[in-house]
Design a protein around this ligand. Structure first.
Ligand code: NOJ
Length: 736
């Protein structure tokens, strides 16, 4: 058993060695060199550095612009040869020889497509996530990309928001761990290494708090919530040394994020001492006009620069108006120098002034086998088993399987929302199942051509396939285009006629195994009720097919857990595990509640379909003997909370052990639970381990409405638990 996993672990070690082959120290005297350059730069040249556009083609006009220093950076586009030539022109033919910076959306892999970030986070395996980002950096840097617009670290608590696919889910602690892991993966030990790229924490900030889950919509977030939740993963990225930030499209409490002095200057620069640079999102400086915040383009330039956005993406208000603003005495030229300083600093750190090669490979490289092995391992670890009534793994006696649904064989959809460049190596579940079982044991029926297909013509062949098989593997969910940017949905159900198709297949009485590929939590209660097992696969990337197949056949054991709450219905949204209690918490979990005056719904339970942190295994894990190392801990001290976890099932498997706390009373009400740690452990059948979490009272601190960050001396509960709603409770008190 487990040939795939063992193989993957072996190559992963090899890849880890290969990944660190080249190091380069950061160039010396960067600050003096920046000062020297700034002293020689014209205002136009400075504004050029503060301007970014998409590369397009390297026309004569573009060459001339580069000679004149019109653009500090290009993104998304241009062949490696064009990039190399443009860089040569910038270095050799522009007046001051300032290199250009090439950015790109390398979000979940470059040539090697990894699971969407939401899927990656479900692995709860930051080391593997780091390795995936390292591979992406190696592949992107090999074609001359210097900078990725990733990680996307927006906390998302509303699955209607399509961009929930791009982040690590709803929890600020887990989000921070993943943000740091990806930052370290992209940037390596030194930005100057030829295989490192600069990372960009986006979208700063509260973009995921878009009202009603509608993309680009405004966010209203009180400062304590902003600091305790939405800023947390950004702070973690900052602490991991991230080079850049991207300001978001949304307004925060009425002030657009791309002109927001509080978030960009007060928090990012003054409090966090960030010394890289901030790029706007696509035209988000100009968009302060339709926001109703800037009067016109000139005002947008003023508010963007004053706000703290150093580089303007696509719109050209800085180039068009900043000189006039300086000449009129409205804009302090020091702010321009500050902006340029941060941009040049990152260019220096990347080694762009010091001979960093601008590589031109003979052909677009293909994913290396070791990279695909990591993609497979990450896809495998991201799979979340939501239900299993003994149907999985498929019994060895299974003869034929019916594979039903277009998502079983749609490479582009399984690759997910940001698979821009890779994808050629993608193996679909259908292909992998055929390879594993043999062609004659797999009967495929599309059922529907897409979620927009309103014809039922494909139902009869799907039903016939199920009838002639021992099990029906039903692949349902969302196409890649239904999540990601500008892809919000008002309904969370499996779109189109998919639920109807599922009902027809279920009528055959054959065991139905539901595999869902989607970019967000979806609602599928009725379909799940008719299925014997449900496996949630997200958009699992290039190696999703083999990973799903291995899990179905029992060559691997699902171990992923949800990093976002799954609601029963869209009407419960926003629904997240670390909510406050209310003065009238409901006790009942069903719609038949006897006590009316409680915080609940009349028509549906207030609890989720699947809670945060939830995920099953083929094995069984029992938690016992929860204990704290002391009954009291002094403020500033540490306490250890432990439990024993035993594998009492039949399979050797990983278990993700989660650690939560709850403050019972204090200077503000606190969430019913907050994640403070987690560990992915591996246990053989019959094996037992003690899992301990060493907690500093500092990590219990929170911001109050006065902006004060402190830990209360107070009573706490804690759980070492398999998910966010279960586990044995221990208590301790923090004393002054
Ligand atoms: C807009 C998106 O919001 C952002 O995530 C992306 O990096 C930029 N476009 C550049 O493509």
């Amino acid at each position: 058993m487990n040939a795939f996993r063992t193989g993957a672990i072996a190559v992963c070690a090899a890849a880890a060695l290969a990944v660190f082959h080249s190091r380069a120290a950061e160039p010396a005297n960067i600050e003096q060199r920046i000062d020297a350059l700034l002293a020689r730069m014209s205002l136009e040249e400075k504004l050029g550095q503060m301007s970014q556009t998409s590369f397009g083609r390297l026309t004569d006009q573009r060459k001339e612009e580069i000679r004149k220093g019109r653009w500090g950076s290009f993104f998304n586009g241009g062949t490696p040869a064009e990039k190399a030539e443009a860089q040569r022109i910038a270095l050799k033919e522009s007046r001051l020889g300032i290199p250009v910076l090439y950015g790109q959306d390398v979000i979940h892999g470059y040539q090697t497509v990894f699971p969407i970030p939401l899927g990656q986070s479900a692995s709860w395996d930051p080391e593997l996530v780091r390795q995936a980002a390292r591979i992406a950096a190696r592949e992107a840097s090999a074609v001359g990309i210097h900078w990725t617009f990733s990680p996307m670290v927006d906390i998302a608590r509303d699955p209607r928001w399509g961009r929930i696919a791009e982040g690590a889910g709803e929890d600020p602690y887990l989000g921070g761990v993943m943000a740091a892991a990806m930052t370290r993966g992209y940037q390596g030990d030194s930005l100057a290494s030829p295989d490192s790229i600069a990372a960009c924490a986006k979208h700063y900030v509260a973009y995921g708090a878009a009202e009603a889950g509608r993309d680009y919509n405004s966010a209203w977030v009180p400062e304590n919530l902003l600091r305790d939740v939405y800023l947390k993963p950004f702070q973690a990225a900052r602490e991991a040394g991230i080079a850049t930030f991207m300001s978001s499209f949304n307004a925060i409490n009425g002030v657009p994020a791309s002109g927001n002095e509080f978030t960009l200057r007060q928090v990012l620069r003054n409090e966090w001492k960030f010394d890289g640079f901030v790029v706007s999102d696509y035209e988000s400086v100009r968009e302060m006009i339709p926001h109703g915040y800037a009067a016109d383009a000139r005002d947008a330039a003023l508010k963007g620069i004053r706000g703290g956005v150093d580089m303007e993406m696509v719109s050209t208000t800085y180039w068009d108006h900043a000189k006039g603003l300086v000449d009129a005495g409205q804009l302090d030229p020091k702010l321009i120098d500050d902006a340029v300083r941060g941009i040049l600093r990152i260019k220096f750190r990347l080694g762009l002034f010091d001979g960093r090669e601008q590589p031109v490979p003979a052909s677009e490289p293909r994913p290396a086998p070791e990279a695909l092995a990591i993609a497979g391992k990450l896809a495998a670890e991201s799979l979340v088993l939501l239900k299993n009534e003994g149907a999985l793994p498929l019994p060895k006696t299974t003869g034929k399987v019916a594979v039903i649904g277009f998502l079983a064989d749609s490479a582009a959809d399984q690759n997910g929302t940001w698979a821009m460049s890779g994808g050629g190596s993608t193996v679909t579940p259908l292909a992998a199942l055929r390879r594993a079982l043999g062609e004659d044991r797999v009967v495929y029926a599309q059922g529907l051509k897409s979620s927009a297909d309103m014809s039922r013509d494909g139902f009869a062949p799907a039903v016939a396939a199920a009838r002639n098989a021992d099990a029906a593997l039903l692949f349902l969910g969302e196409e890649a285009s239904l999540s990601g940017e500008a892809s919000s949905r008002a309904y969370l159900n499996l779109p189109g006629l998919q639920e109807e198709l599922a009902a027809e297949v279920a009528k055959t009485g054959k065991p139905v195994i539901l595999v869902i590929l989607a970019g967000r939590p979806t609602t599928f209660h009725a379909v799940a009720a008719q299925a014997k097992a449900v496996l949630y696969a997200w958009h699992p990337g290039a190696m999703g097919g083999p990973a799903i197949t291995d899990a179905l056949l029992g060559n691997s054991v699902p171990s992923g857990k949800l990093t976002v709450t799954f609601p029963r219905t869209v009407g419960q949204v926003p629904l997240y595990y670390d909510h406050l209690s209310t003065g009238r918490p409901a006790a009942e979990t069903g719609p038949t509640a006897s006590d009316k005056f409680r915080s609940k719904y009349l028509d549906v339970s207030f609890t989720p379909e699947y809670p945060f942190g939830y995920g099953l295994s083929y094995s069984k894990f029992e938690y016992s003997n929860a204990r704290a190392s002391a009954a009291q801990v002094k403020l500033g001290g540490r306490i250890t909370v432990s439990a024993d976890v035993a594998n009492t099932g039949q399979f050797e498997a990983d278990e993700i052990v989660e650690f939560y706390t709850h403050q019972l009373a204090g200077r503000a009400a606190r969430p019913v639970r907050e994640l403070k740690g987690f560990q992915r452990i591996h246990l053989r059948p019959g094996e037992r381990k003690t899992v301990s979490f060493n907690l500093s009272t500092d990590s219990l601190a929170f911001y109050d409405t006065q902006g004060k960050l402190a830990t209360d001396p107070a009573a706490f509960e804690a759980w070492v638990a398999p998910d966010s709603v279960s586990g044995e409770r221990v208590t301790f008190t923090v004393v002054p």
